[in-house]
Ligand binder design. Sequence first.
Ligand SMILES: [Zn+2]
Length: 353
Amino acid sequence: MNEDIFLLDPYALKKEEKNALMVARLCELTHLHQEHCQAYANILESFGYANKNYGCIEDFFALPVRIFKEIDLLSSKEIVKTLTSSGTTGKVSTIYLDKLTAQLQTKALIKIMQSFLGKARLPMLIIDTKEILQDRNHFSARAAGVMGLSNFGRKHTYVLDASMQLDIGMLKDFLSKYKDQPILIFGFTYMVWEYFFKPINENKIDIDLSNAILFHSGGWKKLEHLKVSNALFKESFQKVCNLRRIHNFYGMVEQVGSIFVECEAGHLHTPNFADIIIRDPLSLEPLGMHQEGLIELCSLLPHSYPGHVLLSEDRGVILGEDDCACGRKGKYFSVLGRIKSAEKRGCSDTFIK
Ligand SMILES: [Zn+2]
């Protein structure tokens, strides 16, 4: 992949430039994977995509994301790392990374995070336990997330013990040590709420997080179950800990590095090297702005497995393009939740296109 794209501000490209870039690079990736992954080539062929011409990003064939739970798909013989994630059915997605893909993921993440954090590495509080980093060759999605984000901090402090108890002494020490400077907090949404916010709130622990920037991701499904919306999550932190800078982000293990971060205006943004399409859940026709449907994700990062165009099982809506109040270009959107019974459906019925 031509890496000049990483020299730009990650939210610099406007509609026309971005479309041209995405179509050209997705086309290259499609051909690369067709050539090096026989199973992918067979899938394209069976759906009539073997020799297709692509004029816009909506033209590409989207693999249903759950296919990575069903079969091994890889386009490289030089795998250096595997990532896994499991759904509630217990089936595991396995993603194979070569050196190039892993490097691109890191670069992409750096560009995105710098847009929100600046270039300095901040003292970092991690709402998780050190135990997740045991096996360095075989990362869980959670460990991969923590490792990825750790690059943006220093003095990494894991505040949960192995049984997910908040170490209040450690938390207070950390906060008093860095009380006059910005700090970074990272954790998975559900864990941040359950194992960080709740013990602080319930035990009336007096802490001030006005100098903190919180990044969190994943786990909305569990929070929805507890009736905690993104708005309530933010309000609660602001009220109890004076924490105002909160950025949720959306992404999936099948496209690590391509993350969509919530800006100051509360919108998830597509960076230069990723894009989204909303499709009708039944016909799979592309939908327009403000129409709710299934989220398809395009990413220019996956070179070692055919994960560059994926149909997710999440519902979303595009809210605008190039005109967000925060100044970032590109599409911005909201995630509305999962499609009903996504985990119960087989591969075959999400496979229609
Ligand atoms: Zn914005």
